[in-house]
Design a protein. Structure first.
Length: 160
């Protein structure tokens, strides 16, 4: 058997299987915020809804607005890395009050911003951040802990 045939026939399926096994844990964990200890901010992009959980108990639910195909909000497991109450984006020249940064490299945050009603929500998107309106964002900002609050973003907005 040639080496290329062995890689395609045996090694490749093994690597794919291991990759799927490795990914299943985070996917499963992301789907079940109730099973996580500590503070968790869960963002469901398909539904454009968010929730805050503490030790598996939902304490708040709120509507959100996320990015779209062109300016995505990538699904993943994050942490609140930095809290800035009165952040101003120099890139977009807009205030981003109550910013909970979960991606410092791309400056993505959960912050105060407009969230249109569901029928109009498809017409709007963020630049990759997660918008949350008052009074929810103030409560979320005060509640979240820098460095330890988990942020779980599931799905893609375009799957609506």
């Amino acid at each position: 058997m040639r080496r290329a045939d062995w890689v395609r026939g045996r090694l490749f399926p093994l690597l794919v299987g291991l990759g799927l096994l490795f990914l299943w844990g985070p996917v499963q964990a992301a789907a079940e915020p109730e099973s996580r200890a500590g503070k968790v901010i869960w963002i469901d992009q398909r539904r454009q809804m968010g929730a805050a959980y503490e030790d598996g108990r939902k304490i708040m639910e709120f509507p959100v607005l996320t990015g779209d195909d062109e300016t995505t909000t990538p699904p993943g497991l994050y942490r609140v890395l930095q809290k800035v109450e009165d952040y101003f984006s120099r890139k977009y020249q807009v205030p981003m009050p109550y910013s909970l940064f979960f991606d410092l490299r791309h400056r993505r945050a959960i912050h105060e911003g407009e969230v249109p009603p569901p029928p109009q929500r498809r017409e709007y998107a963020t630049h990759g951040c997660v918008h949350v309106e008052s009074p929810y964002i103030e409560r979320l900002f005060d509640w979240a802990e820098e460095g330890s609050t988990q942020v779980i973003i599931t799905g893609w907005r375009t799957e609506e």
